[in-house]
Design a protein around this ligand. Structure first.
Ligand code: HAM
Length: 539
């Protein structure tokens, strides 16, 4: 029976364990190598940033910002933060005199503490904070005169509680922070913060690490997931840049031998000054005509962001969406030429793509080229990579106008797809060989089975030498009978067992057992490493 602890990984998060982590490392190492050959350097970014960085970049009406971010107030004055929590979450309506007195005490403490923090500059003397203080004070005075014994008093107290809650919510009690749901915004922030536009352009950066989105967990969708991303900032928006970024991605997937991936591309035009706004208006007009045939999300998006309706997976909306105008027919001449040239550049590089006019992506910062890659064996969450151009984002965040393009690979999904592929091919070859069990290749080269005090000292020395030569070695810390040690070596799927007893040590001839076939041979100590190298191949 599995051990049950009262602590378990939070829903949507998971532990990655060996041997699976070896695959993660291989994937990450391959990314580093491939991206390095295209001139990318690694950037390591904070896991949390100001909330506004994401809301401004990704867009308020996106799923990510409107419902999936892990955000909190990093209270500058912790006591004030706790008082605010109590005041905001106090049960309403207040029923008894005792509750009423306790509530008033908390509000009065909050007012005193807020006043003190603003006076001592622990909190900013901002108009928002001054207003919040004034509002809470005013309502507190009214509240103090109310009595919850009488229905009118109760009603008045209820109104005051609501007003106080609102005012406290508005106070700036600390920084609003968010666990990063993606890293493009952070890369742009870093590009501006470190004046990277002064370096030779473009600047090519890649990152690997966890992202956080409060999505409904399912296969391939987690609340903490990992991305391998790359961004090209600055320089020109030459179509060759777009094509080379995509070529790099395909080279990466190729190096991993990932089969059956499909690349979709699109152009969604430019935000300003030209084609996208006119297309969005046309789309809005067309969608308005069929508004009552659409579901609530799409209806809302007609007003907030009609492009996102194209993203809809709702079955009943598909036939309607199929009749909508295509953006490709409404691109301005510059964007149309850019898109045509990107396709030509992809062909030049032998990259196979499919055009998908509905590929608008779920984040607001994209301009012109967008792309997505789907992989096999993932069910509904089959997008293994998404990206595109975002020529306006650096400027939106306060930097100079900067061309930029990038992508992020969902590492969890990539690993799932690789595992699925490995399982499928293992099953096929097992079936061909008539075997019944899939075994994992062992990562343990040598298990040292030792008995006797002299033998232990030799075993420690042998382990050190073998490890320095690059072999993986398991050395049991306490003496085991040889039979037990060898069965332990078997369980660990070691390739060899080095048997060291007092005889071996005094003779200077060590016994090496090949665990796959049970054969054994005596080797003089100096020949051991050479023999293992020849048997195991280059490390
Ligand atoms: P995205 O499409 O939101 O784009 O995410 C990129 C990839 O991350 C997805 O294709 C998917 O493989 C993976 N992913 C997203 N959410 C989850 C999740 N909850 N669980 C598992 N995997 C997930 C971006 O993040 C952009 N920043 C990409 C980009 C970079 N565009 C330009 N530069």
């Amino acid at each position: 029976m599995a051990n049950k602890s009262k602590f378990q990984a939070i829903k949507g998060t998971r532990d990655l364990l060996p041997p699976e982590t070896a695959l993660w490392n291989r994937v990450e190492q391959t990314a580093r190598e491939v991206f390095g050959t295209f001139g990318f350097g690694e950037i390591r970014l904070p896991l949390f940033e100001p909330t506004e960085l994401f809301s401004r970049s990704i867009g308020l009406d996106t799923d990510v910002v409107s419902k999936e971010m892990y955000s909190w107030v990093d209270n500058a004055v912790p006591r004030l933060g706790s008082l605010a929590d109590v005041v905001i979450s106090w049960p309403d309506p207040i029923q008894t005199e005792d509750q009423f007195s306790a509530y008033k005490r908390y509000v009065s403490d909050f007012v005193k503490e807020l006043e003190r923090a603003i006076d001592s500059d622990e909190l900013p003397k901002s108009p928002v904070n001054k207003q919040a203080l004034q509002d809470v004070k005013e309502k507190f005075e009214t509240l103090s005169q109310a009595s919850v014994d009488m229905p009118e008093g109760k009603k008045l107290a209820g109104e005051c509680v609501k007003a106080i809650r609102l005012a406290v919510r508005f106070a700036e009690l600390g920084d609003y922070l968010t666990l990063r749901p993606e890293a493009t915004a952070s890369v742009c922030r870093a590009y501006i913060e470190h004046s990277l536009q002064q370096l030779p352009q473009p600047v090519k950066l890649y990152y690997i690490g966890p992202m956080f989105r409060r999505e409904r967990p399912q296969k391939g969708r987690y609340r903490q997931f990992y991305q391998i991303g790359a961004e090209v900032l600055g320089g020109q928006d030459a179509p060759g840049v777009d094509a080379e970024v995509i070529e790099m991605l395909m080279t990466f997937f190729d190096k991993l031998d990932l089969e059956g991936i499909e690349l979709d591309i699109n152009s969604i035009g430019h935000n300003f000054p030209s084609c996208r706004p006119a297309y969005v208006e046309l789309l809005r007009a067309e969608l308005t005509k069929v508004r009552d045939q659409l579901g609530p999300d799409s209806q809302r998006r007609i007003d907030t962001n009609p492009l996102r309706v194209l993203d809809s997976k709702v079955e009943s909306e598909q036939a309607i969406i199929a009749t909508l105008p295509h953006i490709a027919d409404h691109l301005c001449p510059e964007c149309a030429a850019h898109y045509a040239a990107v396709k030509q550049q992809l062909q030049l590089r032998g990259v196979i793509y499919r055009e998908n006019w509905r590929l608008v992506r779920g984040l607001d910062y994209y301009t012109r080229t967008t792309f997505e890659i789907t992989a096999q064996g993932l069910g509904s969450q089959n997008a293994v990579c998404g990206g595109g151009r975002y020529d306006g984002l650096v400027e939106l965040l306060g930097g100079a106008p900067t061309r930029a393009i990038g992508f992020a690979i969902g590492e969890d999904r990539l690993i799932l797809s690789l595992q699925q592929q490995a399982r499928a091919s293992a099953t096929a070859s097992e079936a061909a060989a008539g075997a019944s069990r899939v075994t994992l290749p062992s990562s343990l080269d040598v298990y040292i089975a030792w008995m006797g005090e002299h033998a232990y000292a030799t075993a420690v020395r042998a382990a050190k030498d073998l490890r320095q030569a690059g072999f993986s070695v398991e050395l049991p810390p306490t003496e085991l009978k040889f039979g037990k040690a060898l069965s332990h070596a078997d369980k660990l799927s070691a390739k060899f067992a080095l048997i060291l007893g007092d005889n071996e040590v005094s003779e200077g001839l060590w016994t090496l057992k090949t665990l796959a076939d049970g054969t054994q041979q005596k080797l003089p100590e100096p020949a051991l490493i050479e023999h293992l190298r020849n048997s195991l191949g280059p490390l």
